[in-house]
Design a protein around this ligand. Structure first.
Ligand code: VG1
Ligand code: CO
Length: 543
């Protein structure tokens, strides 16, 4: 095997965002683009010599080509071994699990997650550390620094490695171990949940639809839900990963999973519906005519955790990202455990999970997970719900009603303004930021501002501080709004406006969220002048 040193030049903008580096697929396919970034990962972590790496991706367009490049570069950098999913496929939580159980030095996940794929779509690369979690800020900063001085990369000259079947191959000195992407993950799920109880649920006639959205969870869901748990064939739809995700948008929310929503809201729909995203770390939960907002979902999981074998001893603590609703805080208060508030992005939960301070974590963006891996985990959340329903023998709608009666309800919605002119979006944020200090005591849309600040996070474990994590404004009546710009987009800017209001009146727990939140929505418009600044009449996506 010959190792070639390729001269290159630093490429601007290779700065990992909320979750890895995401760019247009055609950008990643430009000469040296992928190679520069991969070399910078290796350099940023102090080289690969004699290390073991995990490699896989969500199967999107260019996944297969990029995987061969990473293999050749890992061999050239002296890695001892790369453990790669068959056909270079691994869901994000499955990759996290493999890194942990194989004690690898880290992993590379080829995915732009919920972003559309295909030649005209997006591609992404993220690096996970030995704990199985997304690289924290201090490491992504080192990787970014390495991209700025990247003037050469190393790559082995070789034929493609055949990844189509489990087995072992050699690339020079380096071993390539090709593994079934599903097996270890499915075994872990079986250890966490009461599969017998869920099997009995399905055997009793319980019906379900799982929409894999043509993305990575198809093989996992077929194997676990249909083969292991006995759900009827056809429970899993869109279950064959497609490089272009069926030309869809693999983001499990009521807009992009509309076909599933329509089925769940029809009169003869199934008892339970769920969906996952491109790389399998997000989940959408919907009962018969009962959509569960992700912020409520994580609260329900925490409140009922002891019904699940792996959590029967109780939770050490819980954590949510700052824009996630405070429904989880209510549950934590009652359980007498800590509830941590972190910046957006799973990397901020890693220290809390490693230190045993939190067991369950969640984000409003349909991400939920626990200390079983160090990523959010879509199918895990779905199985958690099934385990609860099997134990409680109740419907999703009734479970939600009972939950709100006990804890109160945090009405919640997120309004996204996508592909907004970047200057206009930044102008909106910086102008509002400038006015934060003067807002308390003033009126907005009939509500009074109680507090306003820009969120900064002091990590209680490693004491690092992360600033600039979103503008938050609390208002009278338990209302809150948060403004931040997305860190995962690849075109223009996406403005996210998160709106919330607490309700404890038992007669007012059954309203439509958009109506219940109308005063908060009006206050947000009054404070930030969203329509005029974005030039939009309303949000592109409402979740
Ligand atoms: C979004 C979500 C965030 C999530 C991130 C990665 O980030 O808001 O909660 O952790 O995507 O999820 P942003 O910066 O666009 O708001 V995934 O499933 O796309 O890796
Ligand atoms: Co994802």
């Amino acid at each position: 095997m010959e190792i070639i040193t390729v001269d290159t030049r630093p490429i601007d903008g290779q700065k990992p965002g909320t979750s890895g580096l995401r760019k247009k697929t055609r950008t990643f396919m430009e000469p040296h683009y992928l190679e520069n970034f991969v070399q910078s990962i290796f350099d940023g972590i102090g080289g690969l010599k004699d290390k073991t790496l995990v490699l896989g991706g969500d199967g999107r367009y260019f996944n297969d080509r990029a995987a061969q490049v990473v293999l050749r570069m890992a061999a050239a950098s002296g890695a001892a071994k790369v453990i790669v999913g068959q056909n270079a496929i691994l869901s994000t939580p499955a990759a996290s699990n493999l890194i942990r159980i194989r004690e690898a030095a880290g992993g590379i996940i080829l995915s732009a997650s919920h972003n559309p794929g295909g030649p005209g779509g997006d591609f992404g690369v993220k690096f996970n550390t030995p704990n199985g979690g997304p690289a924290p800020e201090n490491i992504t900063a080192k990787i970014h620094m390495a991209t700025q001085s990247c003037i050469r990369y190393f790559i082995a000259e070789s034929q493609d490695i055949d990844l189509s079947a489990p087995g072992s191959a050699k690339l020079g000195e380096m071993e390539v171990e090709i593994v079934d992407p599903v097996a270890d993950y499915a075994a872990m799920m079986e250890r966490i949940f009461d599969f017998d109880a869920i099997r009995a649920l399905f055997a009793g006639g319980f019906t379900m639809r799982f929409d894999a959205m043509h993305a990575v969870t198809g093989p996992y869901a077929h194997a676990i839900l249909e083969d292991m748990l006995g759900a009827a064939k056809g429970t899993v739809i869109n279950g064959t990963p497609d490089p272009s995700f069926g030309d869809g948008h693999p983001d499990p929310n009521p807009i992009w999973a509309k076909a599933l929503m329509d089925e769940m809201y029809s009169d003869d729909g199934p008892d339970f519906g769920a969906a996952s995203d491109g790389d399998g770390d997000r989940n959408m939960i919907v009962g018969k005519k009962a959509y569960v907002t992700p912020s409520d979902s994580v609260a329900v999981l925490a409140a009922n955790a002891t019904l699940v074998p792996a959590y029967k001893g109780g939770l050490k603590g819980v954590a949510r990202s700052m824009p996630t609703s405070r429904a989880l805080d209510r549950v934590a208060l009652r359980l007498g455990i800590d509830c941590y508030e972190t910046p957006t992005g799973w990397k901020f939960f890693g220290n809390l999970l490693d230190a045993g301070r939190a067991t369950i974590c969640g984000e409003e963006s349909a991400g939920t997970g626990s200390d079983h891996v160090r990523e959010k985990d879509g199918l895990w959340a779905v199985l958690f719900w099934l385990n609860i329903l099997a134990e409680k023998k109740t419907s999703v709608a009734d479970l939600m009603t009972a939950h709100w009666q006990t804890y109160g309800r945090n009405y919640y919605t997120r309004h996204d303004y996508e592909d907004v002119d970047a200057k206009a979006a930044e102008g909106l944020i910086s102008d509002l930021r400038g006015r934060l200090a003067s807002l308390p005591g003033t009126e907005a849309g009939g509500l009074t501002v109680e507090a306003a600040d820009e969120f900064a996070y002091d990590d209680p474990v490693d004491k690092s501080r992360t600033e600039g994590q979103g503008l938050r404004i609390t208002l009278s009546g338990g209302a809150r709004m948060v403004f931040r710009l997305s860190g995962t987009g690849t075109a223009g800017a996406t403005l996210r406006v998160y709106l919330e209001r607490a309700e404890t009146d038992p007669d007012k727990l059954d309203l439509d969220p958009q109506e219940a939140l109308a005063p908060v929505i009006a206050a947000a418009e009054a404070l930030a002048d969203i329509k005029a600044r974005t030039g939009r009449d309303g949000p592109d996506v409402t979740t």
